[in-house]
Design a protein around this ligand. Structure first.
Ligand SMILES: Nc1nc2c(c(=O)[nH]1)N=C([C@H](O)[C@@H](O)CO)CN2
Length: 117
């Protein structure tokens, strides 16, 4: 199956479980993969027949920054549900990384895969 993807989408937002995290912005990076048959879009060379990654990126940033969130798991789940609700994709694979969270690690994060039920 075909995949439309966005790699390392940068989102600065209020994210974290501790009090000190609720008064600062921290950086998240998202990798998104949306499964969707792209043959019609390619055959017709038509943006309306594909998943517009620019529109997706804008909606994801807006969703995450709309309000403070504690867990990166919550970020991943909300993004997955929004993508399944709003776009013609049969499944989504979402990775949320929080590179500043553990100084001894390059990055930490969560990956979820969700399908249309
Ligand atoms: N599985 C998770 N573990 C932790 C999270 C999280 O969102 N998911 N968050 C924190 C803190 O907010 C941390 O990032 C502060 O450095 C700790 N563990």
């Amino acid at each position: 199956m075909d995949i439309v993807f966005i790699k390392q989408l940068q989102v600065d937002t209020v994210i974290g479980v501790y009090d000190w995290e609720k008064v600062i912005q921290q950086r998240l990076f998202l990798d998104l993969a949306l499964t969707s048959d792209q043959r019609d879009a390619a055959a017709n060379d038509d943006i309306k027949l594909t998943l517009d990654y620019a529109v997706i990126a804008e909606k994801v940033i807006k969703l995450i920054t709309a309000q403070p969130i504690e867990l990166i798991e919550t970020v991943a789940e909300r993004v997955a549900q929004m993508l399944l609700d709003d776009f013609a994709t049969s499944s989504v694979d979402i990775t949320v990384s929080k590179p500043g969270a553990v100084p001894q690690a390059q990055t930490v994060g969560v990956r979820i895969v969700r399908s249309r039920s």
